[in-house]
Design a protein around this ligand. Structure first.
Ligand code: NDP
Length: 295
């Protein structure tokens, strides 16, 4: 079985940046990605990535992957389900078989969190406006549930497509100043705070009903679709047993040599593309140093 020097799990800004540094250090590198697109690829606008001005998440992602391909680093569709430490390094188990590597950079990012309410698993509830918003173009109204940067971005994106967006916030809008200002200036976004969601009703017709409670009063909202943006769940299954998690499930400490965690999964990181890229660069350098010392 072939042994690669550095296996990189995750093809977002963290994984791709790690790949570039490891490859430029002279190592044999492969990047594995799952079928879900990187979170950055589904982000509407990115206006704080140094040097790029204002670009779409898809444009940024394309330029990151193009850079990696220029260096002839393979990006392989192969979801890694388990990672085991062995005497020779690591074994990565996936549907396509087993890969052996001397070092691993794990940068698998996160998945959207669900509300966990009855009816949520219907086809008109989505977790990505840039992926699914187009289906509703021209419709009268959509709902967005959430109160952070993601929810504000989703609402702004959808407000360009439909008549009205209601942004239903559980406590208060916590989006950063720039996004909150844009939301407040957008005439067709209504922010409603203090809303607890209870159930989704959808019978296959033109509208769903989202049942909510506010100040003890039941309030049903009708809309053609609903987008949930309430945070992310870190994708950490494969590194269980190899790391220590914080209370929210992000990685606080790595317990084995040769494994490097990069990007949004790191407990203390602000979840920003440029921070993930810098963090990935650091992981790529450390993984290269580690493999060099093994020789
Ligand atoms: P956050 O964790 O920042 O916010 C989650 C929001 O969802 C909170 O308002 C929270 O409400 C609400 N929420 C959580 N659970 C529920 C629930 N069950 N029902 C209703 N509401 C709920 O997540 P984001 O995805 O917004 O952001 C994640 C990270 O990504 C942040 O670091 C953010 O800065 C970053 N990001 C940056 C962007 C940018 O810079 N352009 C764009 C998007 C994300 P409550 O306040 O009541 O807990």
């Amino acid at each position: 079985m072939k042994i690669i020097d550095i296996a990189i799990v995750g093809a977002g800004p963290a994984g791709l940046s790690a790949a570039i540094y490891a490859k430029q250090a002279g190592y044999n590198v492969e990047v594995y990605k799952a079928s879900d697109p990187s979170l950055i690829a589904t982000t509407d606008r990115v206006s704080n990535y140094l040097g790029l001005g204002d670009v779409s998440g898809a444009e940024l992602y394309k330029s990151l992957t193009n850079h990696v391909k220029l260096l002839e680093i393979p990006i392989i569709s192969n979801r890694v389900d388990e990672i085991h430490k062995t005497s020779a390094g690591f074994e990565l188990l996936s549907l396509k078989g087993i890969v052996q590597a001397k070092a691993v950079v794990y940068a698998a990012g996160s998945k959207p969190k669900k509300l966990g309410i009855p009816g949520e698993d219907c086809e008109t509830v989505s977790y990505c406006a840039t992926c699914d918003g187009g289906f509703y173009e021209g419709d009268p109204r959509l709902l967005v549930v959430g109160g952070g940067d993601s929810a504000a971005e989703e609402a702004l994106y959808l407000a360009e497509l439909v008549g009205e967006v209601k942004l239903l916030v559980r406590s208060e809008l916590r989006a950063k100043h720039e996004l909150a200002e844009r939301v407040s200036q957008k005439e067709n976004i209504e922010v409603i705070a203090g809303v607890s969601t209870t159930t989704v009703e959808f019978d296959g017709g033109a509208e769903l009903i989202l049942n909510t409670v506010r100040d003890g009063v039941k309030e049903p909202y009708r809309a053609s679709g609903m987008f949930v943006a309430i945070g992310q769940i870190p994708t950490t299954g494969p590194v269980e047993g190899l790391v220590v998690f914080d209370d929210a499930g992000f990685v606080e400490e790595v317990l084995v040599e040769g494994l490097f965690i990069a990007g949004d999964l790191n407990s203390k990181n602000a979840r920003q593309a440029i921070i993930a890229a810098g963090d990935g660069a650091n992981a790529g350098i450390k993984a290269s140093d580690y493999v060099r010392e093994l020789a």
